[in-house]
Design a protein around this ligand. Structure first.
Ligand code: NAP
Ligand code: FER
Length: 340
């Protein structure tokens, strides 16, 4: 053991409905030493993502649950402080999955080295990482927007949705974003160039969509399911494509929510296809090339919502599931020596 103290946030109890701060506990433990082929790294940034809600509920899913008493999982950007791996030197920055803790040992094979001169380090947790790839691959490979078509996306100012809308604009589509506040609506229209924004909390969705998409909806990129999916389905066009990417409106549900009427899928010969980002690693290089270029040219803008301190992670995560985040939610645990 080294003499560094490791701060961890562990799962204390499985949340019922909306998670509470008391479902999480902050503990301090000794920091382990790296073994053969392993590195020890200090976390700089921790990504908070909606999928974590599924992991802490313990149900059977596409991924193993977080056990009670274990550190919550999560992607991180960290700096190598000890290395027993020939490809990683002390001082290197890496993308790994340290979870909600300040230090961790990881195997070299699970790491990706990051070059801070290419993009800010935290971008590899958002626009140039898993959420960005999700936006790119599900929109382009499943949604396949054509010039002049209408694309609708929910959770439109978030990590995935903001990138979806901007890529759809680059592809020449009319883009409508659904969000949960007026500030977010102003942001997606004025800053990101969406054609129309709809505030799902204050506007009547059915009539707002009819006005925003007078020619009907060709692609619905679904981050939410629930009433938004139900309403959008009534306005889809013949041959619509619907990447089913997230169901965040149901993540805190305690009973099975009432389902939408799926009849329009049949009548419109629509394609609805489930999406898991891990199936699209073969698109990573194309994604990184294209989205890095669009960031550099200013065709894609990126907003982060950065919370400082590991102890703030539970509250920020609870807020993410309520829509309190404005942009990609990141926790900063330690100083970023590469940031201005
Ligand atoms: P995010 O959009 O940055 O944050 C979540 C947003 O969801 C909130 O800000 C809120 O935005 C919205 N929301 C929360 N509760 C809602 C409700 N009841 N109804 C409608 N919207 C609600 O998160 P993200 O990381 O980009 O993830 C977006 C979606 O993509 C999630 O469903 C996530 O699970 C999914 N995802 C799937 C994959 C995959 O491989 N399938 C990969 C990555 C992400 P507003 O209040 O503005 O609506
Ligand atoms: C999510 C983030 C990632 C999610 C699913 C994944 C359904 C996919 C993980 C995988 O590909 O294994 O928010 O929500």
């Amino acid at each position: 053991m080294s003499d560094l103290i490791n701060k961890q946030i562990i799962l204390k109890s499985r949340p019922e409905g909306e998670p509470k701060e008391s479902d999480f506990a902050l503990v301090e433990t000794p920091t382990p030493e790296p073994g053969e082929g392993e590195i020890l790294s200090r976390t700089i940034y921790l990504s908070l993502d909606p999928y974590m809600r599924g992991r802490i509920s313990g149900g059977k899913s596409y991924a193993a649950p977080v056990e009670l008493g274990s550190v919550i999982v999560g992607a991180t950007v960290s700096q190598v402080i000890k290395s027993n791996h020939p490809q990683f030197q002390v001082g290197d920055f890496v993308l790994n999955s340290n979870g909600w803790q300040t230090y961790a040992v990881s195997k070299g094979e699970t790491l990706r080295k990051l070059d801070p001169t290419q993009a800010p380090l935290s971008y590899s947790l958002g626009v140039l990482g898993m959420p960005g790839l999700t936006a790119y691959a599900a929109l382009l490979d499943i949604g396949q927007p054509k010039e002049g078509e209408t694309v609708v996306v929910s959770a439109a100012s978030g990590a995935v949705g903001a990138v979806v809308g901007q890529i759809a604009k680059i592809k020449g589509a009319r883009v409508v974003g659904i969000v949960g506040s007026d500030d977010k609506r102003d942001y997606i229209v004025k800053e990101l160039g969406f054609d129309v924004g709809i505030n799902r909390k204050t506007q009547e969705l059915d009539s707002a969509l009819k006005e925003a998409a007078p020619n009907g909806i060709d692609v619905y990129y679904d981050n939410t399911a629930g009433v938004i999916l139900e309403t959008v389905l009534q306005q889809i066009n013949l041959g619509a494509r619907i990447p089913l990417v997230g169901l965040i409106s149901e993540y805190n549900a305690t009973s099975t929510p009432p389902g939408p009427n799926l009849m329009p899928l049949l009548v419109k010969r629509a394609l609805i296809k489930g999406f898991l980002v891990s199936d699209y690693q073969h698109r990573f290089n194309d994604f990184l090339h294209d989205v890095s270029g669009w960031l550099q040219s200013g065709q894609i803008k990126y907003k982060e919502d950065v919370v400082i301190g590991l102890e703030k992670a539970p509250g920020a995560f609870i807020g993410l599931l309520r829509g309190d985040n404005f942009g990609k939610l990141i926790v900063k645990l330690n100083d970023d020596p590469t940031a201005a």
